[in-house]
Design a protein around this ligand. Structure first.
Ligand code: GLN
Length: 451
């Protein structure tokens, strides 16, 4: 823990940590020592981790990197982090992220952008988003693991950009209690680690049914680490033909092909599959997610939490308006406007309801594919890490980076991003493994073979 506290300081230039908790870490480390002494050691006992700023941590900075939550220190602990502390893990601090987890480059944080420890020659690159602080801290050796959240790819895409292992479980596997809500029907907690085995150990710790979240599901949590047998002989791996995007860098296609060869060499059978509604996934996600976000973010009114901006001589509505105008960043405002528009009378049927129906079609595509295969292999993202500012003025270009991650989010499936190679500039690239609902074990098993 002491070594990690020093590493956190040494990694300051990454801007990964927005709050550090060294005293708390040392206290928790003492408790971990006691647990080990008493023979109560678990996989996470004494392991120093970073926590994404959207998990409520009692008495500690929790703002989802938004100005509107200024000064907010919750009175309660999220279930995911509580599970870690119960197992003896140690918190190094809170990690930077895109504001309210909206973004794919960690450039929308109120606390400024995060730097990717991987650079393109002399040029900085973004760490991906929204879990930019989580991946930068782990890739930069300033945490052994980090919590993260994935609504449309925020674990998998940044993992791909930083050469880390990202894991998003089935929707309902982890409790959302104490996670700052973005789009409640999509949000899932997960992990960033340097290896697949670390991911299995940390995921097992944070998973499990919780009566405090009505969408968490009462299914026993398997021993994920035990799934890492390396044996995928006879397993069927699906390759979705719709993911061969026109214009995708040749290196990513080549890496995907390499992944296919690794699967074959390990004795798996490759099966071409079709996910015909893939092309509708991005537009569907960018209707459903903002719609839910606009509703979830209505609670930030200047009364209940954080920031309050009053207007001289003004009333309550003026206070609401001034607070929300000052407290939310541009991307968050864009989502709120899109969300309220697609939910408004007259447009609801054309946009929101239509998107819900297409979401079901996308889920059905996966359901049919999984009648034929055990797991699906795709690239994680259509590009390697890009330069800061490269896409931040063009929301559509930014949204396009989520093309391979959002379909599984809409279907609630478990998925990973495994670091498997480098591009010509020496930047990491990941491949994505998707599994059947509640079959995280297969995702881990196949990930372990590719690592
Ligand atoms: N990049 C996507 C978005 O901006 C996904 C974010 C996430 O998974 N939290 O909505």
């Amino acid at each position: 823990t002491e070594a990690h506290i020093a590493s956190v300081e040494a990694a300051d230039a990454l801007n990964a940590y927005i709050a550090k908790t060294p005293e708390l870490a040392l206290e928790q480390a003492d408790k971990a020592d006691a647990k080990i002494g008493a023979g109560e050691q678990k996989g996470m006992t004494g392991i120093p981790v970073g926590i994404k700023d959207l998990f409520a941590t009692k008495g500690v900075h929790t703002q989802a990197c938004s100005h509107i939550l200024d000064g907010f220190k919750p009175e309660y602990e999220s279930t995911v982090t509580q599970n870690l502390w119960d197992d003896g893990a140690v918190m190094l601090g809170k990690l930077n992220m895109d504001e309210f987890a909206m973004g794919s480059s960690n450039e929308t944080s109120f606390y400024g952008p995060v730097k990717n420890p991987w650079r393109r020659g002399d040029t900085d690159t973004v760490p991906g988003g929204s879990s930019g602080g989580s991946v930068a801290s782990v890739a930069g050796f300033a945490a052994m693991g980090a919590t993260a959240s994935d609504t449309g790819g925020s674990i998998r895409q940044p993992a791909s950009f930083t050469g880390t292992f990202g894991f998003k479980p089935t929707y309902g596997r982890c409790s959302r209690y104490g996670m700052v809500a973005f789009a409640s029907s999509l949000d899932q907690a997960g992990t960033i680690t340097r290896t697949v085995r670390d991911g299995a150990i940390m995921m097992e710790s944070i998973s499990g049914f919780d009566t405090k979240d009505s969408t968490s599901v009462d299914i026993p949590v398997p021993n994920f680490e035990a799934a890492l047998t390396g044996d995928i002989r006879g397993m069927k791996i699906g390759i979705p033909q719709e993911y061969h995007l026109a214009g995708m860098p040749g290196e990513i296609e080549a890496l995907w092909h390499q992944g296919i060869e690794w699967m074959k060499a390990a004795g798996a059978e490759i099966v071409d599959i079709n996910l015909p509604h893939t092309k509708y996934a991005l537009p569907t996600y960018y209707i459903v997610a903002p719609a839910e976000a606009s509703s979830n973010l209505a609670r930030y009114d200047g009364v209940r939490y954080g920031l309050r901006e009053t207007v001289e001589g003004g009333g309550l509505v003026d206070m609401y308006e001034a607070t929300r105008a000052a407290g939310f960043g541009d991307e968050v405002k864009r989502r709120i406007m899109i969300g309220t528009y697609v939910l408004s009378a007259g447009y609801y049927d054309a946009y929101y309801l239509k998107a819900q129906k297409v979401r079901q079609l996308i889920a059905n595509d996966f359901k049919m594919a999984f009648e034929k295969v055990d797991a699906i292999l795709t690239p994680t993202a259509p590009s390697a890490a890009f330069a800061p500012g490269e896409k931040s003025d063009d929301p559509i270009a930014m949204y396009l980076n989520d093309v391979f991650t959002v379909p599984a989010s809409l279907a609630g499936l478990p998925g990973s991003s495994v670091p498997v190679g480098l591009d010509a500039n020496g930047l990491p690239l990941g491949l994505q493994i998707l599994g059947k609902p509640w079959d995280e074990e297969t995702v881990f098993k196949v990930s372990g073979v590719m690592e």
